[in-house]
Write a protein that binds this ligand. Structure first.
Ligand code: MG
Length: 447
């Protein structure tokens, strides 16, 4: 069991047991000061067990519960605000394989709990949780409007008529997750001919539920054989999306943010927010629209908070999780689908052409199983090793050189160090990655 940036996660049948889930839910209820709490889940078979544990915990600390049933995480985040609830709990393993599950805690403003607030909830679990007496136990009521409510908000953002006139043929891979309940309906409303793949929401995932290129092969084949305009694939809770072009080409994950950002900036200049590990292509693209990029620590909560504070026009992460402020400050794979269709209809272009117009970089990602002693290495040493470089020490160390950048960062949830590098060519990116290993990581291990 691990306490992560926005909640707790673990393996079903091992460390993430219902007793623990009930305890954390009760502590979260106490942290919120009771009141209305919205609960929803993705489709995982283990969710039934956790849902009742969450209800029990919340009721025991005096909360009222609104049960949204199976519901994408972004739909739930929006519902918290819509119902003016005190908070929410999303039960979802997100993009992780079936054996994983997690609770994500949502604040009254629809953002995930801040890391310092998670620590407060943990402290409550370590003390004696206050439970209410029999006559103050609230009720669980069912509400099935989360998806409708979310769809309405997304549709209000785009030019529905213009999209409808294109009659796009779209393949949607719902990954047997919560997105299967919303995105096919969105596509229909936008006048698309919809081909559903893995849209039975039973939670027995047809492929690993992460929209990374290696999991999009089936979608790619169906897009080609059906002669579709494009294909979308969600993770299990639909805060992320992956893309396949009309040629069946699987686009790199970060193209989702790049395409949406380009479309949004073409309408309205302004600040773009992303994390330190996201592609430099975003800066190039923003510069074309006289706009800037602000970088945060890795983690969607940092991006969301910064976007709200700085009134960004668009933001998100390179993993296919886009944050559209007009909807909310939450990663939203469904809003991304609507905006990409709007981009296609407005330009009259194909997805492969739009993709080809983006700045091209190569990224190398490495994950090394070590726990560094002293990290990052002394600044003087780094400055000597990387002459003329710019540095950021916001999250691990990011070294920005003429030929590209290297980001070396110990993970917050696993005993690993991530080394991410990017350059104009694969060879240069590989060479930067090796420099990250030799000149940054190895030195910190010797310390
Ligand atoms: Mg997710």
């Amino acid at each position: 069991m691990m306490i992560g940036a926005s909640g707790l996660r673990g393996i079903v049948g091992e460390d993430l047991n219902p007793e623990l889930v009930a305890k954390f839910s009760a502590a979260f209820g106490q942290f919120l000061g009771n009141g209305l709490v919205v609960v929803g889940s993705d489709t995982r078979p283990s969710n039934q067990m956790y849902r009742y544990a969450v209800f029990a915990g919340l009721l025991s600390s005096g909360c009222e519960v609104v049960d949204l049933g199976i519901c994408p995480t972004p739909s739930l985040q929006l519902m918290v605000r819509n119902l003016e609830a005190k908070g929410g709990i999303a039960i979802t393993g997100s993009h992780n394989p079936s054996e994983w599950n997690a609770l994500k805690f949502v604040r009254p403003d629809g953002l995930f709990l801040y890391p310092e607030e998670i620590r407060q909830v943990v402290r409550i679990t370590e003390s004696k949780i206050k439970r209410v007496s029999w006559d103050r136990i609230g009720k669980v009521r069912r509400d099935d409007s989360a998806i409708e409510n979310h769809l309405k908000k997304i549709l209000s953002l785009v030019d529905q008529q213009e999209i409808q006139t294109r009659h796009f043929k779209v393949v949607i891979d719902g990954c047997n997750g919560a997105g299967a309940l919303i995105t096919p309906g969105l596509l229909q409303k936008l006048g698309c001919e919809v081909i559903e793949v893995n849209c039975e929401p039973h939670g027995y995932f047809a492929h690993p539920p992460e929209p990374i290129p290696s999991n999009l092969r089936e979608l790619s084949q169906i897009v080609k054989s059906e002669g579709a305009d494009l294909g979308f694939s969600h993770d299990a809770d639909a805060d992320r999306v992956g893309l396949v072009t009309e040629k069946g080409d699987i686009l790199p994950e970060d193209y989702v943010l790049l395409l949406v950002a380009k479309f949004v900036l073409s309408k309205r200049k302004g600040l773009v927010v992303t994390n330190l590990s996201t592609t430099q292509a975003l800066d190039d693209l923003a510069a074309d629209f006289d706009s800037r990029v602000r970088r945060t620590k890795v983690g969607d909560i940092y991006v969301a908070r910064c976007m709200r504070k700085e009134k960004a026009v668009i933001g998100g992460e390179g993993n296919g999780g886009v944050i559209v402020p007009e909807v909310h400050y939450a990663r939203d794979g469904i809003a991304a689908v609507a905006l990409i269709l709007n981009y296609l209809s407005e330009t009259g272009s194909s997805l492969s052409l739009l993709a080809r117009s983006l700045p091209r970089y190569y990224m190398v990602k490495r994950k090394v199983k070590v726990t560094p002693g002293r990290f990052p290495p002394p600044r003087e040493y780094l400055k000597e090793q990387f002459r003329g470089a710019r540095f950021s020490f916001l999250d691990g160390v990011k070294i920005i050189l003429k030929e590209g950048w290297i980001h070396v960062r110990p993970s917050g949830t696993e005993p690993v160090v991530r080394i991410i590098s990017e350059a104009r060519t694969r060879e240069e990116a590989e060479s930067l990655s090796r420099m990250g290993m030799e000149k940054v990581l190895k030195v910190s291990l010797e310390n």
